[in-house]
Design a protein around this ligand. Sequence first.
Ligand code: UT7
Length: 334
Amino acid sequence: MSKKITATITAVGGYVPEDKLTNFDLEKMVDTNDEWIRTRTGISERRILKGEGKATSDMVVPAVQELCRKRGISPEEIDCLIVGTVTPDMVFPSTANIACDKLGAKNAWGFDVAAACSGFLFSLTQGAALIESGRYKKVVVCGADKMSAIIDYSDRATCIIFGDGAGAVLLEPAEEEGYGVLDSILKTDGSGAPFLHMKAGGSLRPASMATVMAKEHYAYQEGQAVFKFAVKGMADVSAELLERNNLTGEDIAWLVPHQANLRIIDATANRMGLPKEKVMINIDRYGNTTAGTIPLCLWEWEKQLKKGDNVVLAAFGGGFTWGATWLKWGYNGA
Ligand code: UT7
């Protein structure tokens, strides 16, 4: 019988724009204050992609270039690029398509995954399945969002949370058994759509003067309702993942949670029995970059990750979508 192939991460890349939007900047734009934002969300500042003609693919490209450099491969060696995003450059073609062209990834095919804040996790599972199939050797999975493109900066309920950024990982077949993406639980519940969505711009409500005037091309969120679902959803699915793999908090080296609100992150870590030192947190500096948060954490913590570390990734987002993934890290540092 042939050996089961598992997909392992072999390089990480990331990109955050230079321009910062601080809580103090927001104080001048809406009725809010630094103290409220920090205590209710854990966020101090976020990054904003500025400049005419700059889109999500412009963050995907440097993130992927970095991982290619680290791994010593050319973009032409990439077999497939998957981009988790809800802020594609345009409705079609996909951001993956556009990014492949900009990268010179001439031999890759690609597609986008619209799963909001769970976009990276859903894409990772899909990318891992392509490697496990045995047909592909190098799959790049990216989480990238230019949230500033769909945020109403006069709405204090949403503008304080979101920021722009992109992270990417390279998946390859693991050389040693027991490493890589080992298990995932992913969930969707479309009845959550009313609480977090963009009202217009799709086939339901195509763009018109009326939709623009009604500000329907911005993200709409009922924060409190989403918060309640997120706390329960992310914690439940993470606990379920540990349980079905006979793992406890003590076995886990790192929790990499979606960065939407520090209080949601704390609730998930508590439920898993994990101390703060084992939790990757960068929400203070980048806010909620939607599909970008998890790979951006891996990018920042890559040097501290050690071969054999059990890592749990967990997310909750619009849709609703949520899930958790267990992987055994395959290399030391970067
Ligand atoms: O990314 C994946 C999906 N998204 C999430 O997971 C986000 C989940 N939701 C949240 O993180 C939180 O609900 C928010 C951060 C969005 C809001 O925090 P909250 O603690 O749920 O605030 P709230 O909406 O319950 O509002 C509490 C109070 C209200 O005032 P009153 O009625 O108590 O007088 C709001 O009007 O805070 C007020 N408020 C603000 N005050 C200052 C709401 N937003 C602000 C603000 N600055 N930006």
